[in-house]
Design a protein around this ligand. Sequence first.
Ligand code: NAP
Ligand code: MG
Length: 454
Amino acid sequence: MTATHEIVNPSTEEVIATVPSLGEEETREAIARAVEGFRRWRRVAPGERAKILRAFGSAVAEANEELAQLEVRNSGHTISNARWEAGNVADVISYFSGSVERLSGRQIPVAGGVDITFKEPVGVVGIIVPWNFPMPIASWGFAPALAAGCSVVLKPAELTPLTVMRVAEIGYEAGVPRDVFQVLTGAGSVVGEAIVRDPRVAKIVFTGSTKVGIGIQKLAAEQVKPVTLELGGKSANVVFADADLEKAAATAPYSVFDNAGQDCCARSRLLVQESVYDSFLALFEEAVGKVRVEDPALDSAEMGPLISALQRERVAGYVDESAVLFRGNCPAGRGYWYPPTVIQAKDRSDRALKEEIFGPVVVVQTFRDEEEAVALANDSVYGLSGSIWTSNLGRGLRVARAIESGNLSVNSHSSVRYWTPFGGYKMSGLGRELGPDATDAFCEVKNVFISTDD
Ligand code: NAP
Ligand code: MG
């Protein structure tokens, strides 16, 4: 009999479901089915595969409210965020359904014949997903993989499997064959590792911590298996004196406290130019006080609880009370609540400044000039995202080009659009997801020469 584990609502600490914890053998059996699934799926005519994925995308759009409500219960995401997340899955599937008929190769001029290239699906793809954005992150992997003609085995995080399990069911109803897209629930060290180790799995897409990602890259290297890694971040929000300070201060809380700071793109380092530090911080304090931390099922909620008691403990472990500048509010009682917290860095080697906290905590630093701002922003092993606030367009672009990071925004905190590439520099990852080229990560390029000689 398959073991099971319980799923807990982080806002109430109530058990809301029980799901299977698969073992290694069950994982291998699922991979065997995925091999069969791949054999058939790659032969489905492009127009037909596209039609199935379009139907899948539309069905997910139809189920938006159901999926969003489920995510509120499983992950404690605010209902408005969860609706966006479910909508993002529908958009991502629909966007990549359009790449099925566009997987063109090239014809390259050669003497004595014709040279053509083909983009061929790599095979079975293993996708390992973290708990912080269970739906969108899953879709950023499975949608382009399915579009490319690959089959997928997907392992959600143990804490948050419910929405992607439901998304898969919606996919089956829309015509995706069951052995083409399987969700395998269970522990990372069992199911996840079995997927990475299995030679029948041709490619791994992993999103999660840098530590686990490094282990996966090492294991995959033994089989020269390609990996896409989306790992941690410690992104900077850089505010220059010439910025629209009101707007920069009003938006800064949401750039780090959204999803209770459990966001790899969180701007968890706030760099403020010395000359406006006091005036900016006064505005920022006011804005932090306004963040609505409450029952995430409420339409007015702007931040919910952390995912687990363990995560709350980890986050609290980074906060030295003597370094706290100010805090927002949060509910008391049941649920893994932690208030938005603003702290000052002790020095440049402060652990809170170096490590990803993955909670609603932002560390404030000051800088003198543009050169120091760039140096501080780049003083991190990570390079995922970041924001630059300035009214000088030239400076905005200059600093965006100088920061070693995959996703930057000027006078905004946006970082993810499904039609633009997303991924990290340095220890934030390897490869890019989303955007016009994402299907290439699921294809081998084959070159064929045909002689025209008699
Ligand atoms: P994690 O511990 O690295 O886990 C991520 C996933 O990997 C989970 O499904 C986990 O399974 C699985 N896993 C754990 N050990 C494994 C192993 N030995 N082999 C294969 N799979 C294994 O990360 P997390 O705590 O869930 O998520 C938080 C981290 O993800 C943060 O550091 C955050 O920055 C990062 N993240 C990055 C991005 C990005 O796009 N760059 C996006 C989101 C999150 P179980 O936990 O279920 O056992
Ligand atoms: Mg984990």
